[in-house]
Design a protein around this ligand. Structure first.
Ligand SMILES: NC(=O)c1ccc[n+]([C@@H]2O[C@H](COP(=O)([O-])OP(=O)(O)OC[C@H]3O[C@@H](n4cnc5c(N)ncnc54)[C@H](O)[C@@H]3O)[C@@H](O)[C@H]2O)c1
Length: 324
């Protein structure tokens, strides 16, 4: 069997995440073989991809030839073995259940070429557990995207106990080649990086509404017209660095004790109940009355515009270095 390269990839599971990965791979010129145990899901994913290419054509983001070329690169197949044949990289996006992922990885490890990398979109599971006992555990790792990966590029990369460091390195390079932004983790922690940070913020958002300090509109505006505008550019540490004249050390020296007393005040025993969810639901419906699909299309279009704007205006880290 010829050693596969990264020009041919397989997408296993074509739900919300798998179909978006399909777009990431096709956009970068990779041949993509897609497989799902439910043929209706494959049909829906292809219809979604076609509609997305059409929308990009309509908005002048893609030439006719380029759209046709992307479409040509995707092939739906009828078995897992056909999907992984000749693939140098496999992106697994099946259901989020340990027993199902373990079974899927057993099949993938058997069917894929030994040199192929097996990446999982899992949002929370530990690759040490998924790949336990597999002959090819060394080529298995978590490659967790932010939804949807063809719009939001940050992608968490994390091996299990047996993952080869070379596989982590190669996958990191591959993700960069695809235009994704690798978020490299050194060890497993529940929720990985995105969801831990998201959980910390959402906990406070829910508690502010629950306790009546403010409503959904105020919480969402504080992010979309406040903190979030900067976070899209710099992240929490970058913001700390630019929020004090002496940079991040000065910021945390001056404001460290304020953060510490707020951390002591944050609730950790918050629980959802149906009344609280309904209250949040009613307020959210008033803030966002447009149909859900229109909200998603608007969000994705503007996220891509922000990315274009950032790419055209990079922060020159070489010049303007702080003098010590
Ligand atoms: N939805 C999100 O926001 C999000 C974000 C990041 C990561 N993820 C992760 O991505 C993975 C997929 O999530 P999703 O939201 O796309 O789920 P989904 O339910 O939309 O899609 C899962 C797909 O896997 C298919 N499937 C089931 N068993 C299969 C098998 N043995 N072989 C091939 N296909 C099979 C199903 O038919 C379905 O189409 C999960 O691990 C999830 O945690 C989800």
């Amino acid at each position: 069997m010829k050693k596969p390269d990264l020009h041919t990839v397989a997408v296993i599971g074509t739900g919300v995440i798998g179909r978006s990965w399909m777009a990431v791979f096709a956009r970068s010129g990779r041949r993509v073989r897609v497989f799902d145990t439910d043929p209706a899901q494959v049909a829906a994913a292809l219809a979604w991809f076609r509609a997305d290419l059409k929308r990009q054509r309509r908005e002048g983001l893609l030439k006719k030839k380029a759209a046709a070329a992307q479409w040509e690169l995707v092939e739906a197949v009828e078995s897992l073995a056909e999907a992984v044949a000749g693939a140098g990289y496999v992106q697994e996006s099946g259901p989020e259940r340990l027993d199902l992922k373990q079974a899927l990885y057993r099949d993938l490890d058997e069917a894929a070429h030994p040199a192929a990398i097996l990446g999982s979109s899992t949002s929370a599971l530990d690759m040490t557990e998924i790949a336990r006992g597999l002959a090819g555990a060394g080529r298995c790792l978590v490659v967790h995207p932010t939804n949807p990966p063809h719009v939001v590029p940050a992608t968490e990369i994390l091996g299990g106990a047996e993952t080869s460091p070379a596989v982590v390195k190669r996958t990191t390079r591959f993700m960069k080649d695809l235009g994704q932004v690798p978020i490299l983790m050194n060890r497993y922690v529940p929720g990985f990086v995105f969801n831990r940070m998201q959980a910390a913020l959402v906990r406070e958002a829910v508690d502010l509404v629950r306790s009546g300090v403010c409503d959904v509109q105020a919480v969402d505006d504080s992010i979309r017209s406040g903190l979030g505008l900067r976070w899209a550019l710099m992240g929490p540490f970058g913001c700390a660095n630019t929020n004090a004249d002496g940079g991040v050390r000065d910021y945390f020296t001056r404001f460290g004790s304020s953060y510490q007393s707020l951390w002591d005040d944050l609730k950790t025993d918050l629980r959802f109940d149906p009344e609280l969810i309904e209250r949040i639901g009613r307020q959210t419906d008033r803030v966002l009355p447009a149909p859900l699909e229109a909200q998603r299309v608007w969000r994705d279009r503007l996220v891509l515009e922000i990315r274009r704007l950032k790419a055209g205006n990079p922060l020159d880290s070489g010049r303007g270095k702080r003098k010590r």
